[in-house]
Every structure is written in C-alpha cells, then in structure tokens.
Write a protein that binds this ligand. Structure first.
Ligand code: C2E
Ligand code: CA
Ligand code: CA
Length: 293
C-alpha cells in the first residue's frame, strides 16, 4: 500500500502486480477487501452483447470491478482469488445478481425500447452449492418484475462438471425460478457432450481463445463453426466472446454465430457509460453498435 502511494497512486496494474509478490501487501489488500463489499466498493460493470447480423444491442454481461478509494478501478483477476481465499464469493455473487437485476429493471423501465434487454451474471464454482441462491433469484425477480430469461446466469464447464448430477438439479431449480443459464468458456473444459442435452442450458458462450485464433488457425475456425452448428441443432443461443475487430465479427457471422461481445464492440462499462448504448437506434439496430476495424 505504501509502495503504491509513494509511487504516486499508480492504479490497478501496479497494485495487483506488486501486491502479489509481497506478503505484507497482500495482507493490506485483504484487509481492504474485508470491508469493501459492505462499503459498496465492489460493483458490476457492463459489457455490451450485440446481435452480429444487425449490430443491435441485445444485453450486457455484468463483470465485477473494485472501486478502491485510493487506487482507483481494480480488475477481477487482481482480487477475485483473494475473495475466494477469504470466503467472500457467495456474498459477492449475491451482490452482483441483485445489483445487475435492479440495474436491468431500471433500464427496461426508463427506456421502453430496452424491453427485452438481458443481463448475464457470472456464478463462481461454490455458488452453485449456495443454499439460498434459488430463493435469491426468485426474490429479486419478484422485486424487480423481470420476466423469465431476462436475468442469465453464466456457469463454466469446469464448475458444472465437478458434480454434474447435483449441478443439473440446481440449474433446473434456477431455470424454474426464471433465470436463463449460459455455459461459459465453452470448449475449454472437458465436459461430455451428452451434458449439453441433460443440463438445462439456454446459451453457449464460445471461449475467446477460439475467437482470437480462428482467423489464423484452421483448427480453431473449425471448432468455432462446429460449436455454432451444435448450438443451432440443440436450439441454444450462441455468443462469441473476445471479438476485438471487424474481421473477427465477420468471420463469426459467416459461420452463423448469432451474438457476440468483445473490446471491438466495447469493454465493460460503468452503468452511466453503458446507458449511452440504450438509445433506440442501438436497440433496434437502425444505428448498429459499431465494431472497431
Ligand atoms: P469471463 O466470464 O470469461 O469474462 C470475460 C472477460 O473477458 C472479462 O474480463 C472481459 O473484460 C474480458 N474481455 C471482454 N472482451 C474482451 C476482448 O475482446 N478481448 C480480451 N482479451 N478480453 C475481453 P474481466 O472483467 O477481467 O473478468 C475476468 C474473469 O473474472 C471473468 O471471465 C470471470 O471468470 C471472472 N469474473 C468477473 N466478474 C465476476 C463476477 O461478478 N463473479 C464471478 N464469479 N466471476 C467474475
Ligand atoms: Ca462470463
Ligand atoms: Ca467467458
């Protein structure tokens, strides 16, 4: 902490890197983190998800950020491992679901053209075992009036495969509670494909590794088009992650991928910045969300 301060306040990267290698600083971070949730310093940022064929905004993925009072914005890879060690993931997850659902309901209310906007929240491995997760989703839907499917929950292959039978029960309950379920980082884990039909998924998210390499690696390109085809055959929505430029968007569109997100369309934004995307022409695609060349 002292090092960061004496360095002129450095910012997120300097904090994370120096903290990791320094036991004392890690203590400082963990002590800062302890109160951070209660003080409202952890909150969702929103990355736009667009329909690739029209460029229309279809929703956002909520990604946690830490507004550190002195060090500014800190990225999740810098503090989520500490949250995990400190047993804060359930509390963090509950906050993210609540904050993102309330934000979505507000946007839908304030912008009539945003009536079918969605928001996706990431679940951590342990949260699937959280007893009150289903009740939380039911309660927040009742409070906000969000229709079924407006709130999506993202789980990774690895997390689900730890105990697929148990995961199936919980995901079924979450779906009954009105959440849609997305399988995140698809293609990087080792799930048996039969789980795609046995577990109640609505969406497959193609991992950004395949998207990044599809232009230069024939294998990746084939995997991407196979995932898209698989999604279509199983009536699952397919979302590609990590679209950084127009070429990637075009390649994905050419293999029939429906939705995408990535720095090319925009990074995760503060609620105020994200709201700029909520004008009518972005939502109906008459003025598409532009993808960076
Ligand atoms: P993820 O769920 O795969 O989220 C996508 C990550 O890719 C985000 O990183 C996002 O900023 C980044 N990204 C988006 N577009 C691009 C792109 O075009 N190129 C590249 N290279 N990266 C892109 P972020 O926000 O740093 O989050 C990292 C990971 O931390 C997430 O990966 C997710 O596993 C975890 N995470 C973030 N927020 C939460 C949360 O609220 N709860 C839980 N349990 N995990 C979270
Ligand atoms: Ca995700
Ligand atoms: Ca992902």
């Amino acid at each position: 902490m002292e090092a960061a301060k004496s360095g002129g306040g450095g910012g997120a990267a300097a904090y994370g890197r120096t903290m990791e290698s320094d036991g004392l600083s890690r203590l400082a971070m963990e002590s800062d983190l302890k109160g951070a949730l209660g003080r409202g310093e952890l909150c969702p940022y929103y990355q736009p998800i667009v329909r690739l064929s029209t460029g229309a905004l279809s929703g956002f993925e909520a990604l946690v950020r830490w507004h550190h009072p002195r060090l500014g914005l800190i990225m999740p890879d810098q503090f989520l491992p500490h949250c995990e060690e400190m047993g804060l993931m359930n509390e963090l997850g509950a906050m993210m679901i609540r904050a993102a659902a309330i934000q979505l309901a507000t946007w839908r209310h304030d912008h009539p053209a945003a009536w079918d906007l969605t928001v996706a929240v990431n679940l951590s491995a342990g949260e699937l075992e959280r007893k009150d997760l289903v009740a939380d989703v039911q309660r927040i839907r009742a409070e906000t009036g969000l229709p079924p499917g407006a709130l999506k929950l993202e789980v990774t292959e690895g997390d689900v495969m730890r105990d697929p039978d148990q995961a199936a029960l919980i995901l079924d309950d979450l779906r009954r509670a009105g959440a849609a379920i997305a399988l995140d980082d698809f293609g990087t884990g080792f799930s048996s494909l039969s789980y795609l039909t046995r577990l109640p998924f609505d969406t497959l998210k193609i991992d950004r590794y395949f998207v990044r390499t599809m232009a230069t690696n024939e294998g990746s390109a084939k995997i991407v088009s196979s995932i898209v085809k698989l999604g279509q055959d199983l009536s699952l929505e397919v979302v590609a992650e990590g679209i950084e430029n127009a070429q990637m968007a075009q390649l994905l569109l050419s293999v029939g991928c429906d939705y995408g997100q990535g720095f090319g369309y925009g990074p995760a934004l503060s609620p105020q910045e994200a709201e700029v995307y909520l004008n009518e022409s972005y939502l109906d695609g008459t003025a598409p969300v532009k993808v960076r060349a």
